[in-house]
Design a protein around this ligand. Structure first.
Ligand SMILES: N[C@@H](CCC(=O)N[C@@H](CS)C(=O)NCC(=O)O)C(=O)O
Length: 385
């Protein structure tokens, strides 16, 4: 079990905020019950790889999947630092996150390989334990680092995250806004998304989600669904989400276009082209064609403008991770020169590079074709309770 110093665990703003969120937020039983255990990496938009404060926990590793090491999805990264300390009062296991300086290259890599394990659920803080189906051990690898956003004095936002195109939307946004945050890995290949404490903040059993300890009226709030999180962070910071109504409508149109179109269609293309155990031509064609149509729409939109909706905005941010995987969707950017120009510009943004480079160490070695991971991710049906 990973250990964390008391000063960080007991007094960790994120832990406090999770507990406070349960108390202070309306519908508290459902919302804002953030896992108190998870990782402890807070990062800054500023010093990309330089921790400002000391590492706070010693990772413990216990491989849970035989798939580990089979095939790497995103480039693996090594923890920058390690440190051990005493056990916290509330923290069961912490998995750290690290990042590399280099962002993934467009068109390459995979967004979700099969990591080994995630933090062991500790529902002790909430007075209950995770479901018996929850992962039993965590391959917590890196040493958490605490890095603050520029001039930030506010407690970090908890980011429930796994390195995928949907997760990247929020890591990019947090980096762009220079908000301090702490990453709580949600290992979707081993079932963290079904843990009761995660479902309490994200009832759709999907990441990303956030808990902002300083939400509306200064009280904690949790938000799930990447589009809702982007809008929330945009309103909170006044950045990348215009307040003027006409401009806002445009941003929302293209944000929803991503949420309802590009994301789901590209996701299905990834599935049938890359992960499905059998190659089904109809399904492959269906989603490859639909992606092609959507890239065409985007290309036309970008023909006479720099960004999707007015200035650089959350609409662009929502699309970056998915568009960067165009090869996996069977697309050729030669057919979409305006998309290419836009994507190149996006990838050149330092905050985008940092957001895309945000790793969860345990996801470094992943095989999405591993039957264990596939049995968690695919074929999900309604669950009792
Ligand atoms: N509409 C959701 C989709 C999120 C989503 O699909 N997340 C995936 C990873 S990209 C996930 O958590 N999968 C877990 C699972 O399939 O059980 C959003 O945009 O937040």
């Amino acid at each position: 079990m990973a250990r964390t110093p008391k000063r960080t665990a007991g007094k960790d703003p994120a832990s406090r905020s999770s507990a406070a969120a349960r108390k202070a937020t309306p519908g508290a039983s459902r919302r804002a019950k953030a896992p108190a255990e998870a990782a402890t990496l807070t990062k800054s938009a500023k010093a990309a790889s330089k921790p400002v404060s000391k590492p706070v926990s010693k990772p413990v590793s216990k491989p849970a999947s035989k798939a580990v090491g089979k095939r790497s999805a995103e480039a693996s990264t090594k923890p920058a630092t390690r440190a051990s300390s005493k056990a916290p009062t509330r923290t069961a296991s912490r998995t750290a996150v690290s990042r590399t300086a280099a962002a993934p290259k467009p068109g390459r890599g995979t967004e979700a390989a099969a990591p080994a394990r995630s933090p062991k659920a500790s529902a002790r803080a909430a007075g209950r334990r995770a479901a018996s189906s929850a992962p039993k051990a965590g391959k917590a690898v890196a040493a958490p680092k605490v890095v603050r956003g520029r001039g930030a004095t506010q407690p970090p936002i908890e980011l429930f995250y796994w390195p995928t195109p949907n997760g990247w939307k929020i890591s990019i946004m947090l980096e762009e806004c220079r908000l301090p945050y702490v990453v709580r890995p949600v290992n979707i290949t081993t079932g963290d998304q079904f843990k009761p404490e995660f479902l309490a903040i994200s009832p759709n059993n999907r990441m990303p989600a956030i808990v902002d300890p300083r939400g509306p009226s200064g009280k904690p709030v949790s938000v799930f669904e990447s589009g809702a999180i982007l809008m929330y962070l945009g309103r909170k910071t006044g950045k990348l989400y215009p307040s003027q109504e006409r401009a806002r409508i445009e941003v929302e149109e293209w944000l929803m276009w991503q949420m309802g179109g590009l994301g789901p269609m590209a996701g299905q293309a990834h599935h049938f082209r890359g992960y499905a155990p059998e190659k089904i031509p109809y399904a492959i064609d269906r989603y490859t064609n639909e992606c092609n149509r959507l890239y065409g729409v985007m290309n036309k939109r970008l023909a006479d403008r720099e960004f999707l909706a007015g200035k650089y905005s959350i609409a662009d941010i929502a699309c970056i991770g998915w568009a960067s995987r165009y090869e996996r969707q069977g697309q050729d950017l030669k057919d979409f020169p305006h998309v290419k120009r836009w994507l190149d510009a996006m990838m050149a943004r330092p905050a985008v590079a940092r957001g895309l480079a945000l790793k969860v160490d345990e996801s470094a070695a992943i095989d999405m074709r591993d039957p264990a991971a596939q049995s968690v991710l695919f074929g999900q049906r309604a669950r009792a309770g």
